[in-house]
Design a protein around this ligand. Structure first.
Ligand code: ATP
Length: 328
């Protein structure tokens, strides 16, 4: 792998996700393996513009593979959206002899990276990290599996109380405009109904399935609602709507919120982070740039960043079919 890259910078940006630490670790260790230097950039693009850097060696990243969050911290930076801000970032990189960047984050992070790379001809590689699993070109983003397991664990616990009191529980899960967490946690936890942003008939389906389940003698139910669901009602309004249209339910609402962002990454996310981190460094050393390292059918793949940002949402009709069949 002969290449002019001698020093790689790594940063985490946007919403934090479990597995980011494991990815930083893999990048740092891959740099050590290939005998190049690695610099950690604190607070995402904000720290990049401010020169908030620290040289990292293999020992700097010990004991972090199992930790949630990101020790490099993350940030959302308005300044980096300006050309002037990005120029300041580039000046900091040249001052510190950093030849290439690994960006760990979501589509916003990748968008900023593409502008940056075009303006300054700097090699960049992205690692998809967001609990929402809303990036094209990869089957999974870092943090999604952990968030999913956190959600299902919480729903299981709520089920215990729901069935003890014959209650109807509305549970909101994260995912922004992607229904992956909702669909999979809903099916996995045996939810009565699942409302996701990719569908528009959620409210009507919900009422019909509650009627059906009442006729079938079900006394308690769990409804999983994605935060970006498109009925036009928030989860409290949804619960009220059902309460006013259907008699006799003892309805409760639970918003799982940021618990889904935290916690120790699952084994799946740690291994994924390790594969993607190594893949990112190897791609840069092989002269690749403006790509995302993703996972496609178990294989590590390189996807143009533009496709990762602009691609189609991954709505899986099979999940709807299975959810309908298993909730009868
Ligand atoms: P998540 O999916 O978890 O929100 P993200 O990477 O999409 O992660 P954003 O806040 O959208 O999170 O983006 C992270 C950062 O990337 C922004 O704070 C900003 O600094 C930079 N960024 C986003 N969009 C652009 C853009 N159009 N131009 C330049 N920089 C951008």
């Amino acid at each position: 792998m002969a290449n002019k890259i001698k020093k790689i910078g790594v940063l985490t940006s946007g919403g934090d996700a479990p597995g980011m630490n494991a990815a930083i670790r893999a990048v740092v260790r891959a740099c050590k393996y290939y005998k190049i230097d690695c610099v950690g950039i604190y607070r995402g693009y904000q720290g990049l513009m401010e020169g908030d850097f620290e040289e990292l060696n293999a020992r700097s990243v010990r004991n972090i593979i199992n930790k949630g969050g990101t020790f490099l911290k993350s940030a959302r930076s308005m300044d980096f959206k300006t050309k002037e801000g990005r120029k300041r970032g580039y000046e900091q990189l040249t001052k510190n002899n950093i030849d290439a960047l690994v960006l760990i984050g979501g589509d916003g992070t990748f968008t900023g990276g593409v502008y940056f790379s075009q303006e300054f001809d700097l090699p960049i590689v992205g690692i998809p990290a967001t609990i929402d699993n809303d990036i094209s070109g990869t089957d999974f983003t870092l943090g999604y599996d952990t968030a999913l397991n956190t959600a299902i664990d919480a729903i299981d616990k709520i089920r215990d109380t729901a069935s003890s009191h014959n209650r109807l529980f509305f549970i909101e899960v994260m995912g922004r405009d992607a229904g992956d967490i909702a669909f999979n946690s809903g099916i996995g936890a045996g939810a009565e109904e699942i409302l996701v942003p990719e569908e528009t008939d959620g409210l009507q389906r919900l009422i019909e399935s509650l009627k059906r389940s009442r006729e079938a003698g079900k006394l308690s139910s769990i409804i999983v609602v994605a935060e970006g669901e498109k009925s036009g009602k928030n989860i409290f309004e949804l619960a009220e709507y059902v309460g006013s249209h259907m008699e006799g339910y003892d309805i409760r609402v639970s918003v799982l919120g940021h618990t889904q962002r935290g916690g120790s990454p699952s084994c799946f996310d740690r291994v994924l982070a390790s594969k993607l981190g190594v893949g990112a460094v190897e791609a840069l050393l092989e002269g690749d740039s403006k790509i995302m390292i993703g996972l496609n059918h178990q294989k590590v793949v390189r996807v143009p960043l533009k496709d990762a940002i602009d691609g189609e949402a991954k709505y899986d009709k099979e999940l709807r079919r299975v959810a309908n069949i298993t909730s009868v």
